[in-house]
Design a protein around this ligand. Structure first.
Ligand SMILES: C[S@@+](CC[C@H](N)C(=O)[O-])C[C@H]1O[C@@H](n2cnc3c(N)ncnc32)[C@H](O)[C@@H]1O
Length: 277
């Protein structure tokens, strides 16, 4: 019985594959895994799979008769997912390096669609959801998570004060547009309904993300990876450094006042279903 064989934790490279997912993705992914139906033999589509923790988890939780199709155009992430699949010996995840809007799956070939933190990263969310609708069988469930407008509002309040203080009121429209890019429950539901998925339930949540101060926040590796380029575009190329120095100082002042820099992440898990016809 192969599963009874011991796992060699001293094997070269073992530690690399012990890390399963970005910590940022975890709270969202855990609720998604609480809600999505788990069925042996189904075909799942994971849209914007990234390095694929959700695909791997579904493939293993549902068993080898299940297939998970992990779609993402990001080559480095799909390469990493392929390595994990090979290392873990998981035979039921199919990796598709593609824009999900053009993934070319046969019509009605998928039993369930999942997406963790995908929808507000898709340039063409409407086209991606339309492609998911084509690929999903009538009545297929869809379960997605996304963070919402209000995300890190404490940070954005200080950003706004800083721009005003520096006389950079010309950048406020850019700040507002950046904040509005994250959806609301209503806008996400509309996107789904427009693509032919009826929303069945909405689970709103929020979690705190704590930093000692603004200096720590701005230097955090995942913050730099996931958020800093958007913040730089709000500040604009002229006086970028001056803006960030002032922002860091103001965030640090707030942290001194409050004892830490606490940010709130509001988010939602939406369950929907492809129309039966
Ligand atoms: C925030 S990451 C989430 C990754 C993963 N689901 C997780 O929870 O860790 C968003 C992912 O969406 C992918 N993405 C962006 N546009 C896409 C598209 N048009 N089709 C499929 N995936 C896309 C990105 O490459 C990225 O891997």
């Amino acid at each position: 019985v192969t599963y009874l064989q011991d796992i060699d934790t001293e094997k070269r490279g073992f530690g690399t594959f012990y890390d399963e997912l970005p910590l940022w993705s975890a709270p969202f992914g855990l609720l998604l895994l609480e809600r999505v139906p788990l069925r042996r033999g189904w075909t799942y589509l994971d849209v914007g799979a990234g390095t694929g923790f959700l695909s791997l988890e579904l493939a293993q939780r549902c068993g080898p008769e299940t297939t998970v199709i992990a779609v993402d155009p990001w080559g480095r992430a799909t390469a990493r997912l392929r390595e994990k699949i090979a290392r873990l010996g998981i035979g039921n995840v199919r990796v598709l390096e593609a824009d999900a809007a053009e993934m070319g799956l046969p019509d009605a070939s998928v039993d369930a669609v999942v997406s963790n933190l995908g929808i507000n990263n898709f340039e063409n969310a409407g086209a991606v959801l339309a492609a998911c609708h084509r690929a999903a069988r009538p009545g297929a469930p869809l379960c997605l998570t996304t963070n919402l407008t209000g995300h890190m509002s404490e940070f954005y309040d200080v950003f706004r004060e800083t721009l005003v203080e520096l006389g950079r009121t010309d950048r406020l429209a850019s700040l507002d547009a950046h904040i509005a890019r994250r959806g609301t429950v209503l806008s996400v539901s509309r996107l789904l309904e427009d693509a032919g998925f009826g929303v069945e339930s909405v689970h709103e949540r929020a979690f705190p993300m704590r930093f000692a101060d603004g200096s720590a926040l701005l230097r955090h590796a995942f913050v730099r990876l996931g958020f800093l380029s958007g913040w730089k575009s709000v500040a604009g190329p002229e006086s970028l450094e001056v803006t960030f120095q002032a922002l860091e100082g103001n965030l640090n002042a707030r942290a001194r006042r409050d004892g830490e820099l606490g940010l709130t992440i509001p988010w939602v898990c939406v369950e929907a279903r492809r129309s039966a016809a």
